[in-house]
Design a protein around this ligand. Structure first.
Ligand code: SF4
Length: 754
């Protein structure tokens, strides 16, 4: 499992020269984000300054991390690239496929059984190509990365939206699709639009009930789910330095909820403590030697308005605990206003389940703070009214908190300890409820709370808060309770009040683990055989997508005009479909089944223009494909927000959709579409969305002169014989246009390897 100290030293060795070059090229002081980005240019020293939000830049990330659901497709793609070994240190983490049903041991054993074929595939591909493999039960990707691989000033990509978690240790860590991971593992540069920069100046110090989680819940309320799009959020100030490294990880993790490319904190004493605490003192020594490069320049933080595109000020001393939700993580309620909001909106006041842990909030500090509340329930003679679950983020944390008695504390209030895995956070939750049609409330310390995210039930109102706030609500079972001011009746009929939670940043006796669950790859993997059964329903070797035909695309049917929010969960639903992540044809049967059809306000019901009948989206598209007819998907704002899964781009491509036309795209999804050779375009005038009618036949004109910055034209042929057209925008650069022409980026990689 050892981190690659030589690689880290090589990165640090070039810092000084690269940063000097960047200062010269930009003619100014640098933020931390700029230092890391300019130190990772694939071309070497910076020659020019890049325009934020405009220039596409090639980077050379230091690491790749993949979780088991997305790794399948990333590695199936990597196998097509023809390399003997991965070009940069890479890891696979088995965390997403473990269903939470009974408790850790039984659930893990069931998962190993059910997912054997997939785990064997991932283990053997990892063994063959030099990839570190974290077995099921070892932990959740982001927690394991923070504990083992994240390092200040590094740059990594991960095939999961919450990869930015590593920003807590000062790494630029970005969530990508499997196609990007495949490029980097194949040794190719990785392209990113040079991000805008949002500075968050933290003053003061957290105290009492307020925790690091509340910082990001507050930021989400300010910036909303779109506010961070195309930007890296850099936190600085005395308040930032006062936060633990794992608390910083929580904040960076949930930066994904505001659409940020990533989030980051500078290297400081807390980062050093965490590195040493997790037995990485050599990294701390190396980082100390170049410390001045691992934070922004003093001038930047003294005059942030001059250096950031937007600056937000938060005083931690005044920050209240927050509860965000339901249904969206940016609906932010300070605890003092939450009870009134629950009442006014008629949200179910009775809490049914409280869930703590996940990759977002399962540090030693989180667990000890939550346990201090659980202990009060025991001491003050309170019984937990709601169900309560605990999901440790890694075996290292689980073993350590068990050793120190905290799991026992949770079990004493009826808590169920689940496997070190995603479980309920990603819909892998076999929730038992007497009536799924009842409106109900749950609260989690996770990050996402879109409808159906946790339990697949649209009636579930999911709220997000810190682990200690979740724990207090689980004990009281009532969302109108404010632990800062209210009392509760105990089993003896007395009124009792909770004391403020107390936590310990890192274990006094140190972290411990018996078996962390790591499998090192073979020194020479050439003899390792990777098997994929052609009859498998879960894994399927890929076939290259067809190249562009060289003409305008005409005669497209409208597959669906999606209305409102259309996240990657709507496009390629998770939950039960996770098991098909490695089988493109089978998983395509979930394509867009969650999207709402603008014309009938229903999910998974669209008009088949060949029959006039309404039917499921995938079946309708398969019919078009069988008849050799292309189609187009139309969408609303921020189409594809949510996760990095490239299946949301591959499925439409596989089933013959030719273009996605939307008001705006979420960044990762737009890139994924480009990688797969799909045409992703946006309305120049968003009002043109209204011109699209259900029975239209649609052409896309201008492709023979497809060029960066040049608009294309959409022509609508209405059923009444009339025609109208309007311009559409795209963000393809010259290289991405080549991907489109070749039918996908992978087709170009393969050509280059041969
Ligand atoms: Fe797993 Fe949830 Fe974290 Fe994603 S956000 S890695 S699903 S725990």
């Amino acid at each position: 499992m050892a981190f690659d100290l030589d690689m880290i030293k090589k990165v640090y060795d070039r810092y000084s020269t690269r940063i000097d070059a960047a200062r010269k090229a930009t003619g100014k002081s640098l933020t931390l984000t700029e230092k890391i980005l300019y130190a990772h240019l694939s071309e070497g020293d910076a020659k020019t300054a890049f325009a934020r939000g405009v220039d596409y830049v090639d980077f050379a990330p230091d690491r790749v991390a993949m979780q088991d659901a997305t790794a399948q497709m990333a590695l199936l793609q990597f196998m097509q690239a023809g390399r003997p070994q991965v070009a940069v240190p890479s890891t696979v983490h088995c965390d997403h496929l473990i269903q939470a049903k009974i408790g850790a041991d039984q659930d893990l054993s069931t998962a190993k059984d059910i997912n054997k074929e997939v785990y064997d595939f991932l283990s053997s591909v990892s063994d063959k190509y030099g990839i570190g493999f974290w077995k099921p039960g070892a932990g959740i990707i982001h927690q394991v990365v923070l504990e083992n691989y994240a390092f200040p000033g590094g740059m990594m990509i991960g095939t999961d939206s919450h990869t930015p978690n590593a920003g807590g240790l000062g790494m630029v860590a970005i969530g990508v699709g499997g196609a990007d991971a495949c490029d980097v593992m194949a040794g190719l540069p990785w392209e990113l639009k040079f991000p805008k920069l949002i500075g968050v100046h933290l003053t003061g110090k957290l105290s009492g009930w307020t925790s690091a989680k509340d910082v990001i819940l507050k930021v989400a309320g300010i910036l909303t789910v779109k506010g961070g799009t195309g930007a890296i959020v850099e936190y600085f100030g005395e308040g930032a330095r006062s936060l633990s490294a794992t608390g910083k990880g929580t904040i960076c993790n949930m930066g994904a909820e505001i659409g940020a490319t990533t989030s980051i904190f500078g290297y400081d004493e807390k980062a050093e403590d965490y590195l040493r605490g997790t037995k990485r003192g050599e990294i701390a020594d190396a980082a100390n030697a170049i410390k001045e490069h691992l934070t922004g320049d003093a001038d930047v933080y003294a005059n942030p308005e001059q250096y950031f595109d937007q600056v937000i000020e938060i005083n931690l001393s005044e920050l209240e605990p927050h509860v965000n939700g339901p249904f969206t993580p940016d609906l932010a309620w300070p605890i003092s206003k939450f009870a009134a909001a629950v009442k006014e909106n008629n949200w179910p006041v009775k809490l049914e389940v409280g869930l703590i842990g996940s990759c977002t909030n399962s540090s030693y500090e989180d667990i000890t703070r939550a346990a201090s509340i659980a202990q009060q329930a025991i001491d003050k003679n309170l019984k937990a009214k709601a169900e309560y679950t605990v999901t440790p983020g890694s075996e290292l944390v689980r073993y350590t908190v068990e050793r120190d008695g905290y799991l026992n504390t949770f079990e004493q209030i009826g808590g169920v300890v689940l496997a070190n895995a995603c479980g309920p956070c990603i819909g892998q939750w076999s929730r038992h409820t007497d009536d799924p049609t009842r409106k109900n409330s749950i609260i989690t310390s996770f990050n996402r709370n879109f409808a159906k995210r946790q339990d697949g039930n649209p009636n579930t109102h999911a709220f997000v808060a810190s682990p200690e706030i979740v724990t207090v609500f689980a004990i009281v079972g009532d969302l109108s309770f404010n632990p800062l001011t209210d009392t509760v009746t105990n089993e003896a009929g007395e009124q009792v009040k909770f004391d403020e939670p107390v936590g310990i940043e890192m274990p006094i006796k140190g972290y411990a683990v018996e078996d962390a669950g790591y499998q090192a790859p073979a020194e020479d993997g050439s003899a390792v055989e990777v098997k994929v059964d052609p009859k498998s329903s879960r894994l399927q070797l890929l076939e290259p997508f067809a190249a562009w035909e060289g003409t305008d695309i005409t005669g497209l049917k409208l597959l669906i005009k999606a209305k409102g929010k259309c996240t990657t969960d709507h496009i390629s639903m998770a939950g039960p479909w996770l098991k098909f992540r490695g089988h493109l044809d089978n998983i395509s049967n979930n394509m867009l089944i969650g999207a709402i059809n603008y014309f009938n306000n229903s999910p998974d019901s669209v008009k088949n223009e060949l029959t006039g009948e309404y039917g499921p989206v995938p079946a309708t598209q398969r019919d078009y494909k069988a008849h050799g007819i292309g189609s187009i998907v139309v969408g609303d704002e921020n189409y594809g927000e949510g996760s990095s899964r490239e299946h949301a781009a591959m499925e439409p491509r596989h089933l013959g959709v030719r273009a996605i036309l939307v008001k705006s795209f979420a960044r990762i999804h737009e890139t994924n579409l480009k990688k797969q050779g799909m045409l992703g375009i946006t309305f120049a005038d968003t009002a043109d969305y209204d011109k699209i009618l259900e029975d239209d036949t649609i052409d896309i004109v201008g492709l023979t002169e497809f060029a960066p910055g040049k608009q294309l034209t959409v022509v609508l042929h209405h059923k009444d014989g009339s025609t109208e057209s309007f311009p559409v925008n795209h963000t393809y650069n010259a290289q991405q246009i080549e991907w489109f022409k070749a039918g996908g980026a992978l087709n170009i990689i393969r050509r280059q390897m041969n």
